[in-house]
Design a protein around this ligand. Sequence first.
Ligand SMILES: Cc1cc2nc3c(=O)[nH]c(=O)nc-3n(C[C@H](O)[C@H](O)[C@H](O)COP(=O)(O)OP(=O)(O)OC[C@H]3O[C@@H](n4cnc5c(N)ncnc54)[C@H](O)[C@@H]3O)c2cc1C
Length: 422
Amino acid sequence: MSDADLAIVGAGAAGLMAAIQAGRAAPGARIVALDGARTLGAKILVAGGGRCNVTHHQVGPDDFAGSTRPAIAKVLRELPVPATVGFFRELGVELKREATGKLFPVTDRARTVLDALVGAARAAGVELRFPFRVVGIERRASGFRLQGDRGELGARRVVLAAGGQALPKSGSDGAGVALARSLGHEPTAAIFPALVPLLVSPGHWLASLAGVAVPARVEVRSATGKGLALFRGDLLCTHFGLSGPVVLDASRHFLAARLEEPRSRFVVALLPGATPESLEAEIAALGRRGSRTLGGWLAGKLPDRLAEALLAHAGLEASATAVRLARGSRRALIETLTALEIPIAGDRGFAHAEATAGGIPLDQVRLATMESRRCPGLHLCGELLDVDGRIGGFNFQWAWASGAVAGRGAARALTIPRHGGG
Ligand SMILES: Cc1cc2nc3c(=O)[nH]c(=O)nc-3n(C[C@H](O)[C@H](O)[C@H](O)COP(=O)(O)OP(=O)(O)OC[C@H]3O[C@@H](n4cnc5c(N)ncnc54)[C@H](O)[C@@H]3O)c2cc1C
């Protein structure tokens, strides 16, 4: 006999949602959610700078990368944003929408979200067991045998919600992929950080501008210059290189492009509203007017330190004027302002990433239940799968939606035994 009808491995965002939905859909079923961490919900607590960006007011498949858009859309449809908002409202967590479209709890405290989820899981009859790290899962004729660092457990079905690899000290260190692999799954060829700050080579002039933040446009280009992906948002210079929402959003696309072609380019427009033509006209007008320096002109558009560094990069003195500016210098300046190619030396790694690119592809699960096509009785959800969202609450929305589908799917498949106890 199994110790549990359903074991959920990982009680993060996706696992807690799966637990709540399974408990509600199968009252009386013995459901245990296991987590290796000493305290639950580390990522929920740090998310959104401690405020937890629970979701976004508009979420669609284009906000994600990884598996195919139709597959992602099918899962997202099972828990649309209004249903997420309603779910949290029913738990007593009212969400507010900020100007960016991001939704946060009105309390501005991530703790409100975590406490509500943990309370709802318990109220749905789920046992939360932690710390209990699962180190192996074996498929048996009648279900599964889970080996943990604190004992063993039998379960008729399993939901694997062990997360990706971002912020490994939170307990999500890639063990989920290894467990899925041991049960017959094949992860994507590459698993790499997403939403991660990028490094420039040590000593690069950008690193001396730490603290400067500007709106920018970032384009990932192929080695031949073809535009592959375009992002807009704030860019932040740091002592190691680049961060800020636009860089984080672009990072996985750049890293993916570079895996394919090492000479892929990271190109930044620091005057995102300008075009080469508009700047050409502006500089020509500046030249006709005479005395204003290029430094003074650019400092009206960008922070002083950045303006100076960009002029130097273009080989110009801040004190130079646009009068009789050589054609080559004008071109260099315009290119620096609209298409600055930044040599990226690497990324800051999973320890500084907010998400994971790659994982178990969605074509290895049945999307209506998130049940494995390779291992009947196993359901998968959350960041473990090959789906990663942009900044703004999209990764949690994926965790809530895929967790809900997995939890309901697992519960529907349980034939509740007669003892009925919780
Ligand atoms: C710093 C930071 C800030 C973020 N901010 C936001 C935000 O504001 N909005 C947003 O949408 N997304 C945000 N994210 C992303 C979001 O947190 C994740 O995408 C989401 O938590 C993934 O949910 P999950 O349940 O799949 O994985 P996780 O939340 O990582 O949960 C997995 C759980 O499984 C447990 N586990 C792992 N292996 C085992 C094992 N072998 N046995 C037992 N338990 C195990 C872990 O301890 C963990 O509790 C942020 C991420 C980081 C790192």
